[in-house]
Write a protein that binds this ligand. Structure first.
Ligand code: NAP
Length: 246
């Protein structure tokens, strides 16, 4: 058994749910690689967690840049020879344009963060993940990425007309399933931060703090998947309350 602290990289961890996940996993004694596309904001967040006793390394990481992702993998490798947990959390909401107004360019920029970003990061960190005893990847998705939720007339999202965000998260869900099938030695699971049945989500900058849940509540599903034991599932989708419908 490896007695070294568990290591986790979280993308977009300078604020919101990523920062709260970093705080909670840091409290468990894990070594946190805190990804942030802005070095100043990332370092400020890392310093705050370190002042609270966490073992944390700030990693400059813009998920839309191959160069940045390669540099991040190089930096993490300087600190560890394995990565136990990767949390693909960084996300962009897009401009919520009506489908009649949406353009491929606008959608492309959202996909660059929400879909191509997790692919870039997962690919770059695969060797470090594969060197871990029981590696886990958590994809931070959304109820808006669920066909079951979006086609339920009782869900508010069914009345919110946009293309980019919901379809990017649906693509992310499929990525997780396909990775899980192809790489059984790594657990790939999907978390949505809200409670689908209660139509609630977590208050963060992304929703102008209109969410009903705290960031601690919003990270419950993420923490559950990040801390799965070796006998835990792969290829699943959960919210705070339990299994979520695809
Ligand atoms: N809040 C909810 O209830 C809720 C519900 C469903 C899904 N989610 C998902 O949860 C995740 C976290 O969102 P949040 O609510 O915590 O929102 P947030 O507070 O706005 O945080 C988003 C994070 O993503 C980072 N980010 C954006 N583009 C990036 C890029 N290209 N490279 C690296 N980092 C980037 C942001 O960095 P900057 O500070 O530099 O912008 C920020 O750290 C997202 O994937 C979101 O879609 C949240």
């Amino acid at each position: 058994m490896n007695s070294e602290p568990t290591t986790a990289l979280i993308t977009g961890a300078n604020k919101g749910l990523g920062l709260e996940a970093a705080r909670r996993l840091g409290e468990l004694g894990w070594t946190i690689f805190l990804g942030s596309r802005d070095e100043g904001r990332g370092q400020a967040a890392a310093d705050k967690l370190a002042a609270g006793g966490a073992r944390v390394v700030m990693v400059p990481l813009d998920v839309t840049s191959d160069e940045s992702v390669t540099g991040a993998a190089r930096l993490v490798r300087e600190h560890t020879d394995r990565l136990d947990v990767l949390i693909n959390n960084a996300g962009a909401p897009g401009r919520a344009l009506h489908p009649a107004e949406a353009t491929a360019d606008e959608i492309h920029s959202v996909y660059d963060t929400n879909v191509f970003g997790p692919i870039r990061v997962t690919k770059a960190f695969l060797p470090l993940l594969q060197a871990a005893e029981h590696p886990r990847v958590v994809m931070v998705s959304s109820g808006a990425g669920s066909f079951a939720v979006v086609t339920d007339p009782d869900q508010p999202v069914s009345q919110m007309h946009e293309l980019a965000y919901s379809s990017s998260k649906a693509a992310l869900n499929m990525l997780a399933v396909r990775y899980a099938q192809a790489l059984p030695e790594i657990k790939f699971n999907v978390a949505t931060p809200g409670e689908i049945a209660n139509r609630t989500f977590a208050a963060t900058d992304m929703n102008n703090h209109t969410g009903q849940l705290t960031v601690t509540e919003g990270t419950d599903s993420i923490i559950r998947l990040a801390t799965l034991g070796a006998d835990g599932p792969t290829g699943t989708f959960i919210d705070r309350l339990g299994p979520a419908a695809w």
